[in-house]
Design a protein around this ligand. Sequence first.
Ligand code: KG4
Ligand code: ZN
Length: 345
Amino acid sequence: MICMREFQQQQPFEPALVLAVETSCDETSVALLENGTRVLCNRVASQEELHARYGGVVPEIACRRHFEVIHPLLEEALEATGKDFSDLDALAVTHGPGLIGAVLVGVTVAKTLALTLGKPLLPVNHLEGHLFSPLLEHPELKPPWVSLLVSGGHTCLVLVEEWGNLRLLGKTRDDAAGEAFDKVAKMLDLGYPGGPRVQKLASEGNPRAIDLPRPMRGQGYAFSFSGLKTAVHRAKDQVSPADLCASFQQAVIDVLVEKTLRAAEEFGVQRVSLAGGVAANQPLREALEHNCRQRGLSFYVPSFEYCTDNGAMIAMAGYQMARLGITATTGLDAHASLPLQAWRT
Ligand code: KG4
Ligand code: ZN
């Protein structure tokens, strides 16, 4: 749980240039956002090939690599945009949730920069980064809206009631959607990360080849994917890998789409967004967009670059915090787990 002395309330401000640092998992990213609308650069150093041989992210390796690349990345970002540290109006950083050692690298770097430059530091929850990522390309998106946030570590439905006022409607009770994709890929020896590989193989299969469960369908807004994963394991020898992937992907999509639309209806919201690494899944994007359109709802999804972890979304979330005057104190810490909560001091 975050300690409130880590946040402080100041005069609201609109930083013209925000530099953001993201190091929560296996991507090191530095981005520059101008006037809350224009991404000047979004450098992402992926560690994918480092972890691939282990079939998943190794925290110690991730942490060391962040440490190695963060400084060159900062220099590259400034050089590419012709900016200098003195041009920055604020810094934004992911301070959780994530791999604690990895988050700590970003927090230490951003805190040091903010202190030495005498600039405000904007403390961003990684999930809020994903949540606000659609704003990077859709500045017209305004509360209230329902967001389906699907990543490797999280699956949740959030109602953005107003800026800074987020209501968690439900989350996964076990595996995250992305984690389920990764585990199914592992079962089928497809490699890591699994999501894109399962999607690719699924495109050659029949989504109705096998009848897999739609866990917790019609029941509240909580999700569960571990039973589905077990069902996939049991069905492994009955159908082809392509049919299995297609059937699994369809089961996940059916549950995600059904709950998201029900939330929009129950809370009378006209806008729906999709975010997080799994939002890169093309059939999921299409299914949610199609269903939203049928119901007359506006649908917002970031382009691929802003679905998986990136600094631009952290800069955007930080910018929104600045507009409410929420900044970090020098007591800001890194957190392995960090709940979504209203921005209050
Ligand atoms: O948001 P993200 O980059 O990292 C976390 O914050 O977790 O999400 C990574 C997750 C991984 O589980 C990856 O397999 C999944 O997103 N993913 C996909 C696709 N692309 C990435 N899942 C399904 N289909 C995809 N095309
Ligand atoms: Zn993420």
